[in-house]
Design a protein around this ligand. Structure first.
Ligand code: SAM
Length: 231
């Protein structure tokens, strides 16, 4: 049974599906997509030998070798001109950003980027703006107590869906997520607020409280409180 997280990612792929799953690990996502859609093709890319071998085995067990190519390589170096969309999921935002940045000359034929950062989605939102990709959709879900954000981007001017007056906040919370404020969003930012309150408490109780750090955390808490209420 595929996780809700990976199923949600699969739902963002568009026809015709020729996607690369970068950092595919067991290749669960390509196997799920290609076994349900007989027209779909995929590349499962893996940097590391162990996960690369697991991916090969999973693809063979599912008899999908004719439509899923398992390749060992770093980031986007595994993709070719047939790939029209990429998924990079289950890694930190800064690593996903670095993979996009290092491989950006391979993205010419890629019309959709689906990213699921485990932390720091902001670094990806920034990269997308700087590289002219519009954040067309976002979602936030909870699974087994973990909260996941999924970002979907397509070529454009980069700034669609942003408002320059609240750009920093939108980068943090996600422009679409901030509009919707669903239960997962409330849960995530309530947790973040509590973490920041604990940090503030520790700073205040230290022998030499760092006032500038305190100010930053206090501002962030104010932003979170606004986001959790009206906006
Ligand atoms: N994408 C799957 C998911 O979301 O369930 C697996 C996520 S797993 C935590 C991250 C995988 O990314 C690991 O298997 C790791 O070997 C791989 N990885 C890390 N850096 C990579 C890179 N630069 N290029 C390709 N794969 C990478």
């Amino acid at each position: 049974q595929l996780s809700k997280r990976l199923k949600t990612i699969a739902d963002y792929l568009v026809e015709p599906v020729y996607f690369a799953d970068i950092g595919s690990d067991h290749a669960y996502l390509p196997c799920y997509v290609c076994s349900r859609n007989s027209e779909a093709f995929a590349i499962a890319g893996e940097l590391n030998r162990g996960p690369f071998l697991s991916a090969q085995k999973e693809v063979a067990d599912n008899q999908l070798e004719d439509r899923i190519e398992v390749k060992q390589g770093n980031g986007l170096e595994v993709i070719d001109e047939r790939v029209n969309q990429i998924v990079i999921a289950g890694m930190g935002g800064p690593l996903i950003r670095d993979i996009l940045e290092e491989g950006k000359n391979k993205l010419r034929k890629v019309s959709r980027i689906i990213a699921q950062p485990n932390i720091d989605a902001r670094s990806i939102r920034r990269w997308l703006i700087e590289n002219n990709y519009n954040l067309v959709e976002e979602c936030i879900i909870v699974e087994n107590g973990h909260i996941y954000e999924i970002l979907v981007a397509e070529e454009g001017d980069g700034l669609e869906n942003y408002n320059e007056n609240i750009l920093e906040k939108q980068l943090w919370f996600g422009p679409h997520l901030l509009e919707e404020k669903n239960d997962a969003f409330q849960m995530k930012w309530q947790q973040e607020k509590e973490k920041k309150q604990q940090i503030i408490h520790r700073i205040q109780n230290s022998p030499f409280p760092d006032e500038s750090k305190l100010k930053i955390f206090e501002k962030e808490i104010r932003w979170i409180e606004e986001a959790l209420t009206n906006g």
